[in-house]
Design a protein. Structure first.
Length: 123
């Protein structure tokens, strides 16, 4: 009888701890993404997850594009003065997909150190 009671209490605790209030989406959630150049230099062929957003002047934002599933970071390639900068994620293990909505990936290029950085903003 004690074993059944303990099992019942553990089962209830497990069920209560599960929540559907996750702020993330799933791999098929549609999100709208745009890119913003917060640098003092022009970006050429700004590409995010294979989608080319074109050229972005300093402090310019692109139009939103629809993506089916995206994460807090992605594959990015930006050409600045003929040099390519960016990164390709190895995987998204442990990451939660973005929830449905509009997002801006802000990219800033440090001219002195030649480093590209990003920041995700939920619009």
């Amino acid at each position: 009888m004690v074993i059944r009671t303990v099992f019942f209490i553990l089962s209830v605790c497990l069920l209560v701890s599960c929540s559907d209030t996750d702020d993330g989406g799933d791999a098929n959630t549609e999100v709208q993404i745009r890119l913003a150049n917060t640098s003092t230099v022009a970006f050429e062929d700004a590409t995010f997850n294979g989608e080319n957003f074109g050229n972005l002047a300093p402090n310019e934002k692109s139009e939103y594009r629809l993506f089916k599933g995206a994460y807090h970071y992605g594959s990015v390639s930006i050409t600045i003065d003929g040099e390519a900068y960016g990164w390709i994620p190895i995987d998204y293990v442990g990451e939660t997909p973005l929830a449905e909505g509009k997002y801006t990936f802000e990219y800033r290029f440090d001219v002195q150190n030649k480093i590209l950085s990003d920041k995700l903003i939920k619009d």
